[in-house]
Design a protein around this ligand. Structure first.
Ligand code: S3P
Length: 426
């Protein structure tokens, strides 16, 4: 993909559906009694992997259109043993959440994924699921995919997670639906709460008690209608493009602004970007709004602590914004970046340096000194990581000559049509 520099971005666009919420709509719809209709579904490769896995367990998922689904729920105990390996592709969310569900099934299943998935730590979910009683084996003693699961006979437990991770929390809560008694999870920092919100929309009581988020075993799900908001993590690429290209004025319609996800809005505002929210409303239990962003003079800041899980997926593109901010930006407490689709501390730093940016890798984050006029002409690698691909495309918009991005296809994981959309807002 060759990205041409842009003077500015302007206009109004609708952002594709939220990836986290689209996955959950399919999974919870599959476990529910009745037919769940989903609108605004993200037809990205990751969410299609989730559909594929549930079809292999006997769930009929009708794709009425690219963004509309009818999920024919089989009920809490209606999944059947898959007769082939479940392939999650590049999707960590599919892998970890589905492991929670598989742990509760009285059958055998095997799960694998692409090269990146087979490197990513699964012990963070397989260990607590084993403690609950699931039999899980795999590479590295059950810590790396391929993994095989023989589930059932789970005991509820109180689990203190060492990481603030919605994938870990969700896997355990989902297993908790199949366990005896109550299952609760406590985390060091609050992670995104889409699972809790959507389980409630499906009629499952989710309680907060002594710092634990908990469900009771046997709580059944009742089919519902899900309206998926636009993905703030996808919107973030366009927010940053508009924030750093002088004269930009861009409106993004119907974007999810769930407070457990909205760290990027706070940080970009604090850096000096002009972001206005309008038409704020609730959609399927999730807050959404239209976002209007205009370029502003940006300044560097420090981003750390409890803010990190609230913008974890936006850090590569935040680093691009930081190259255009006056002074130093430091991102700390973000070790989790090392175990994403790529090691995003390393890949963000390596690729941004090709533009002449001053980026230093830290043990737990990045240090960026701005402002740098970005050089074009580079050949950039995505490391098969969709967010690195799009972050570098945003840097390319601000560069002084065209930039070539290799292995662009990974963008389809979360934002099919991104390149065309960027072309239309110049
Ligand atoms: C996700 C949770 C986050 C995030 C990922 C999606 C989810 O991962 O990075 O893109 O849908 O639950 P962790 O929970 O591992 O932090």
């Amino acid at each position: 993909m060759v990205i041409q520099p842009a003077e500015r971005v302007r206009g109004a666009v609708t952002i594709p559906g939220d990836k986290s919420i689209s996955h959950r709509a399919v999974m919870f719809g599959a476990l529910a009694e009745g037919v769940t209709s989903v609108r605004g579904f993200l037809p990205g490769a990751d969410c299609l992997s989730t559909i594929d896995c549930f079809r292999k367990m006997g769930v009929q998922v009708e794709q009425v259109s690219a963004t509309e689904l009818r999920v024919n729920g089989v009920g809490l105990h209606g999944l059947r043993e898959p007769d082939d390996v479940l392939d999650v592709g590049n999707s960590g969310t599919t892998a970890r959440l589905i492991l929670g569900i598989l742990a509760g099934q009285p059958f055998h299943s095997t799960l694998t994924g692409d090269e990146s998935i087979r490197r990513r730590p699964m012990g963070r979910v397989t260990n607590p699921l084993q403690e609950m009683g699931a039999k899980i084996d795999g590479r590295a003693g059950g810590k790396l995919a391929p993994l095989s699961v023989r589930g059932g006979g789970l005991q509820g437990m109180k689990y203190v997670s060492p990481v603030g991770s919605a994938q870990v929390k969700s896997a355990i809560l989902l297993a908790g639906l199949f366990a005896d008694g109550t299952t609760g999870v406590k985390e060091p920092e609050q992670s995104r709460d889409h699972t809790e919100r959507m389980l409630r929309a499906f009629g499952v009581p989710v309680v907060e008690e002594d710092g634990y988020t908990a469900v009771r075993g046997g709580s059944s799900l009742v089919a519902t209608e899900i309206e998926v908001p636009g993905d703030l993590s996808s919107a973030a690429f366009l927010l940053v493009a508009a924030a750093i290209l002088p004269g930009s004025d861009l409106t993004l319609r119907g974007v999810g602004i769930n407070p457990t996800r909205a760290g990027i809005l706070e940080v970009l505002r604090e850096m000096g970007a002009n972001i206005e929210l309008s038409n704020e409303r609730l959609s399927g239990g999730e807050p959404i709004a239209d976002l209007r962003v205009q370029a502003g003079a940006l300044r560097g800041i420090t981003v750390c602590g409890t803010l990190i899980p609230r913008l974890i997926d936006e850090i590569p593109v935040l680093a691009v914004a930081a190259t255009q901010a006056e002074g130093v930006t430091e991102i700390r407490d973000a070790k989790e970046l090392k175990v994403k689709e790529s090691n995003r501390i390393a890949t963000t730093a390596a690729e941004l340096r090709k533009f002449g940016a001053q980026v230093e890798e830290l043990e737990d984050g990045l240090r960026i000194v701005g402002r740098t006029k970005l050089r074009g002409g580079a050949v950039v690698q995505t490391h098969h990581d969709h967010r690195i691909a799009m972050a570098m495309a945003v840097a390319a918009l601000a560069a002084d000559s065209p930039v070539t991005i290799c292995d662009w296809e990974s963008v389809d994981v979360s934002f099919p049509g991104f390149a065309e959309l960027v072309q239309n807002i110049r």
